[in-house]
Design a protein around this ligand. Sequence first.
Ligand SMILES: [Zn+2]
Ligand SMILES: [Zn+2]
Length: 250
Amino acid sequence: MQVSVLASGSKGNAIFIEMDGTRLLVDAGVGVRRVARALGELSVPLESLDAIFITHEHSDHVKGLETILKHTGAPVYARPGTLRAMTSDVLPEDRLFAIHDAMDVGPLRVSAFDIPHDAADPVGYEIAGSRKCTVATDLGYVTDTVRSAMEGADVLVFESNHDRQMLRQGPYPWPLKQRILGNRGHLANDEAGRALANLKSRPKKIILAHLSETNNRPSIAEETVSRAFAEIGVTPLPLAVALQDEMVTA
Ligand SMILES: [Zn+2]
Ligand SMILES: [Zn+2]
């Protein structure tokens, strides 16, 4: 299995996952040139994608979709509410399909699970074949559903959006701070750390993702998450940090 976060953060998100000969893209929030260049570094032609899965309709997850679809015939799957909320007048409707709970793409089982976030019907994805990869970003807090999707993942792409202190003292207007801190906003570093440290079945690799460029730093996210492991006395897991402008491979 290969998991490469092509871009991650409030300006655009896309994750490439290859498992058992099947190639998936989760989210299409960066333009086609960026995606093609990153996949090119992995020797993966854009046309060879088998399917694209969308987590929710926020523009940082879908704004590249229109152009990407001109370069690949891959079908796009999202929850019905997300499909309706996407500006589908510019998207070819014959390429968009609904996923409810789970479906198969070749040998892979892709399951959509609910996440608490201020979008129409936001989800994370659990992709299972000979290995398992779970993607959970854009979540206000860690629900039991999210926790069980995280368990047993070999690779976990998990939100570590902000440092609470930096967010509170930072430049964002108060309503936006409230939105991010709220139950349908984004996950803080310390919450991400606690959720990861308390997993029963520890992942082999963790990629911290969707870091705020204003209210976080890769080093702070890493330190805070590592501290959560230390606090409950478990050995820290190796962490990678996904970036906005650079591809990070697990
Ligand atoms: Zn987002
Ligand atoms: Zn979002």
